[in-house]
Design a protein around this ligand. Structure first.
Ligand code: F6P
Length: 753
């Protein structure tokens, strides 16, 4: 069947078109040639017989003229000829001259009134193909002159049926020839393709089995490089864990032990995983900040141990640290060190609120907020990056440590760390999108940022597109060699690898293990929101950030209630919104807008005890968030632009009952992975409202199929794999660096001799 559709039908189609076109061409050309030929033959016959005819014409010897005419029409294709006089009267006719042709009719075409004095008629040779009594004939009339005197004309009638027969024979041969040609050409193409494919396969196998590289054909080199990388990656991954095992915390620990000799990991990230806050009523609480970065990296740190260097911004943070600003975390399960760095309010304003969040954040997100770049913010960004680089320097315990630099707050730190620790392995991960180079060029310090990041050994983004954008920016703004095959940038003899590492979560999540069963979560959340048991619940969980599309989400709920009124009074959307960056005006405006929007929509649809939108604007601890995930019928992630979005992944990981529907913005990195979600354009309110309706009416079986498939994916592609892949790449970079270091040390004494 596949052969029929892919090969036979297209060949037949093309053949049909070819045969049709060539028949048309052959028949029109053939007809033109035949008619020309017949007219010429009639003219020749008339010229050959002219002398005899004129002689007998003068003598009015009709019998002799008819003999001459019979002689010149002896050819089997010549049906007959007739001599017509000056006044178009019939004078003589050959045997077989068909009836229906009379001199008077032909005469109208062969002569016309003269247009000069003394010229009564102007004569010309005339010919035409005509259809008579089922047959096609070619008629030619040739005027007969002798020494300037016109006698009349001879009409020749020739049979065209033989030409038709010839034409159809030619067409048959042409069609057969074309068919033969088309089939042969197709077969040859298939054979060549098969042969090349086999050759390609053989070559690939040979090379994969370790064939000599000098015999590698040049066209195979790029793909070989990629393949080898992939194969060695798979081989290393297979080596670092028990056969067929998924990535887990334990496997990550083993990888660190085996491939990186148990090196201590130092993470530099602005947001700390635990924040100590003074309670108004006294005492201290420990909060888990709402941050995708923390969600992903905290389980990695638990597994690897080491030090997390971060800004200490909690009101009780200073009270709980030792003299080195260290505190052991997680509380009660101490497995790694949190090193807090203190910032003055001016530093925080310039570096965090200013350059990071009013400059780089809107620069990298396509969310219609204008980036603001101020000189004083840039100055703080530089000095605070240096401050954190110094803090990291003071935490590492060797001259070649492994340092994980996180996010856009530290674009300059990798270069600063490289200057302080030239042999360090620096893995930088950019958690937000990287814009295209036109947009990136808006930043007045684009060169410095690129130079800063190129201090890294490896620079990771969520998607290949962001990697490509970064490579383009370097190409455009810096003097550096770009090795596009290795996806590396070489500067001053040192390479920075640019790689996509789509971030993920700890799946199955430890919060999902701690939270109550689904039914209990549903009951408690419904009680909290005052919903009847048959209500339907949607959730959104975000920092209150304009990139998250929260306004568009609420508008989609409004459109949904408008278009599907049967859900009015039944569907409630709970928006868990953690206030974020409220020192920035744009965020304060967003807060007000969201509040007003929710109030307006509620005003439109509320009825006794029913408010379609529940806005929960406060910090929610992870267990609370998981309770809402598990209670909901759907979760809507409507980011206008998002590097990955871990809320989407968390919702899936929370649903161990395989129920609930995820609606996901197409502008998130997660949409490329969670393909069983309902992917929407959040700006398209109609489409989003339809997705809400589809989610609420989705049969249980379909929900289960989709959720199961996404959960399976996340179990495989979890955050341990994300970290593991980066650490394995780091191990390769380290062994390469160690080799060149040994070589340099070995050559140095020789050089001195
Ligand atoms: O999305 C990138 C990211 O750095 C997240 O890791 C984090 O959730 C957020 O942005 C930063 O938020 P905050 O400014 O509160 O640290």
């Amino acid at each position: 069947m596949r052969l029929l559709v892919r090969f036979v039908l297209p060949v037949l189609g093309i053949l049909g078109i070819l045969v049709g076109a060539s028949s048309f061409l052959v028949s029109t050309t053939f007809r033109r040639w035949t008619e020309k030929d017949m007219a010429l033959r009639a003219e020749l016959a008339a010229n050959g017989a002219r002398e005899g005819l004129v002689h007998y014409w003068r003598d009015s010897d009709r019998a002799a003229m008819e003999r001459v005419l019979a002689q010149i029409t002896r050819d089997e294709r010549m049906v007959g000829a007739a001599a017509c006089g000056y006044d178009c009267e019939l004078i003589a006719v050959s045997p077989g001259f068909p009836p229906g042709f009379d001199c008077a009719t032909v005469g109208k075409s062969v002569r016309e009134p003269g247009d000069a004095p003394g010229i009564v008629w102007k004569w010309k040779i005339w010919s035409e193909t005509i259809q008579v009594a089922g047959g096609r004939f070619h008629v030619t009339a040739v005027p007969i002159f002798d020494r300037g005197q016109a006698f009349g004309f001879v009409t020749f009638v020739q049979d065209l049926s033989y030409a038709d027969r010839r034409q159809s024979t030619v067409l048959k041969y042409a069609a057969a020839g074309l068919a033969f040609f088309a089939v042969t050409a197709s077969l040859l193409t298939v054979l060549v393709a098969r042969f090349s494919w086999r050759e390609w396969n053989v070559e690939m196998r040979r090379l994969l089995r370790g064939g000599p590289s000098h015999s590698m054909r040049p066209e195979f080199q790029p793909i070989m490089r990629d393949l080898r990388e992939l194969v060695s990656q798979i081989a290393v991954e297979a080596h670092t864990g028990p056969r067929g095992s998924a990535w887990t915390a334990e496997r990550l620990r083993q990888t660190l032990r085996q491939k990186l000799h148990g090196e201590r990991i130092t993470i530099l990230a602005n947001r700390q995983p635990y924040m100590h806050q003074k309670n108004p009523e006294g005492g201290v609480s420990v909060l888990h900040p709402a941050s995708g970065l923390v969600t992903a990296l905290e389980p990695v740190m638990r597994a690897c141990s080491g030090v997390w260097v971060a800004h200490g911004n909690g009101s009780a943070d200073r009270d709980v640290v030792d003299e080195r600003a260290h505190v052991q975390v997680p509380p009660g399960e101490e497995s790694y060190t949190l090193r807090r760095v203190w910032l003055s309010p001016e530093e925080e304003r310039g570096y965090y609120y200013g350059f990071s969040n009013e400059g780089l954040w809107p620069l990298c997100h396509l969310a219609h907020t204008r980036p603001l770049f101020r000189d004083e913010d840039w100055a703080y960004y530089q000095s605070v990056n240096a401050k954190f680089a110094d803090a990291v320097r003071s935490e590492v315990d060797s001259d070649d440590p492994i340092i994980l630099v996180q996010d856009y707050h530290y674009a300059l730190a990798p270069r600063m760390l490289r200057d302080r620790l030239p042999r360090a392995t620096i893995l930088t991960f950019w958690h937000i999108p990287w814009p295209n180079s036109e947009r990136f060029g808006i930043c007045p310090w684009h060169d410095e940022i690129l130079e800063g990041l190129l201090g890294s050994s490896i620079l990771g983004f969520h998607t290949q597109q962001h990697c490509n954008n970064f490579l383009d920016a370097v190409d455009r703004f810096l003097e550096a060699r770009i090795d596009r095959e290795r996806h590396a940038i070489i500067q001053g003899g040192r390479a920075t690898l640019i790689r996509p590492y789509p971030i993920s979560i700890d799946c199955p999540s430890r919060w999902a293990k701690l939270v109550a069963p689904v039914a209990e979560c549903r009951a408690s959340v419904f009680a909290e929101l005052g919903l009847p048991p048959d209500a339907l619940l949607g959730v959104g969980v975000d920092r209150l950030d304009y990139t998250k599309g929260i306004e568009e989400r609420l508008l989609a709920v409004e459109k949904f209630l408008e278009r599907f009124p049967q859900y009015q009074g039944r569907f409630t959307f709970a928006q868990l919104a953690a206030p974020s960056r409220t020192a920035i005006e744009r965020y304060r405006d967003l807060n007000t807008n969201v509040e007003q929007l929710a109030a307006r929509i509620n005003g439109r649809f509320e009825r006794a005890g029913y408010h379609p939108i529940v806005l929960l604007r406060r910090h929610h601890e992870p267990l609370d968030v998981f309770r809402y995930y598990r209670a909901a019928d759907l979760c809507y992630v409507s980011s206008l632009h998002d590097g990955m979005n871990l809320v989407a992944k968390e919702f899936v990981s929370a649903r161990d009952d395989d129920r609930g529907v995820l609606i996901l913005s197409m502008f998130t990195g997660a949409a490329m992975e969670l393909t069983e979600s309902l992917v929407v354009n959040p700006y398209d309110l109609r489409q989003a409202s339809e997705a809400l309706a589809a989610a609420l009416s989705m049969p249980a079986g379909e929900q289960e199929d989709r959720m199961r498939s996404m959960r399976l994916y996340l179990t495989e592609f979890n955050v341990y794999r994300w970290a593991g892949r980066m650490l394995l790449d780091a191990a390769r970079v380290r062994s390469r660096d160690a080799m060149s270091h040994r070589l340099v040390n070995h050559l140095r004494p020789i050089g001195r001799m």
